[in-house]
Write a protein that binds this ligand. Structure first.
Ligand SMILES: [Fe+2]
Ligand SMILES: [Fe+2]
Length: 164
């Protein structure tokens, strides 16, 4: 797969998406998941920001817009669609496609902040996925709180689902 034909992505966005997909492919290899599962993660990666640069899209609704468009385009995998739909906010009902996409989106090595810490986290994903997921969720949610933004219900439930 590659970017869907209906994608609206700047070159910078496309580069981000390609790095996310590369990370997902690397992890799938290191974690020895099967071809079908690897393909699910990679599809979620290609789709997740496909409409981020569309005129009507916002930070909060570009996931749902892309999921709806992908479903119309024939994507039938509920886990892949939920990965795309909730990638900005988290979701307690995610399967591995959602969890891995959430990690890859944040741990994209092209993001400018905390490069060393995020590289270490990315390296630990294949062996300590759940611990890294908690750490990434902690950072993302703390950032939302520090920014003074409200937490969505899905985000709170996602966090609670990660607490052992
Ligand atoms: Fe996004
Ligand atoms: Fe993204």
């Amino acid at each position: 797969m590659t970017l869907p034909p209906w994608a609206v992505a700047t070159p910078e966005r496309r580069a981000h998406i390609e790095r996310v997909v590369a990370l997902l492919g690397e992890w799938a290899g290191a974690m020895k998941v099967g071809e079908v599962e690897r393909d699910r993660w990679v599809r979620a990666g290609w789709l997740h920001d496909a409409l981020r640069d569309a005129r009507a899209a916002s930070e909060l609704d570009h996931g749902p817009l892309a999921a709806d468009r992908a479903a119309r385009d024939g994507e039938r995998d509920r886990g892949v669609l939920d990965a795309v739909r909730y990638h900005s906010i988290g979701h307690p009902g995610w399967d591995d496609a959602g969890r891995m996409l959430y990690l890859a989106d944040f741990l994209d090595p092209g993001r400018p902040f905390d490069p060393d810490e995020r590289r270490d986290l990315a390296r630990r994903v294949p062996t300590e996925r759940d611990a890294v997921l908690r750490e990434v969720a902690r950072r993302r949610i703390a950032w939302t709180v520090r920014s003074g933004w409200p937490l969505l219900e899905e985000t709170v439930q996602f966090w609670n689902s990660l607490v052992p």
